[in-house]
Design a protein around this ligand. Sequence first.
Ligand SMILES: [Zn+2]
Length: 188
Amino acid sequence: MFTDTPPRSKDRTGFFESDRIKTLDLPLDAQLLPEIAKNIAAAMQTGKTTEVRVACAEFLSQASRFYQVPKCGVRVLAARPLKGREWVTELFGDYDPTTMLIRLWMRTARKKEITSFGTFLSTLCHEFCHHLDYHLFKFSDSWHTRGFYERTAVLYHHARETPYKRLFWAPVAGGRWRIDWPRTNRGG
Ligand SMILES: [Zn+2]
């Protein structure tokens, strides 16, 4: 995973603020999102996109209420559209800031392989964090910064009830960063 290149424009301040914010408040009711996440997993077992959509909508509705942001819509598709609207690197979903719509797909476009629950939930959290960037943090854009990935990981591990792992980063050219997986997996 790579971060975006810092913008040259006036957006730089927002970009570096997004980079610095590494955590996210979580609901006091520690069971709320994990219970819904389990419903998503169960719905995925049925293979029916309508059931998955209902569970995802409930997840987003509760999360939006907790963060006090407008509700975002969600659409679950069987397979990835051939042409993505948003960031091409996102294999299993996208978020449209204009319509506040999250789209998720259960299969890859080419190989038609089914997405694992972990990847699917992680994508849902990722797209919802784009929504939070605009409506909670009020950034002018939603960049993939180190902070963005950390916030996504905080939400994902909370919902999945897995221990949060601190992410370690290595610099790459152009002011970008990549996750140092060996160090992250070792825990430092
Ligand atoms: Zn993204």
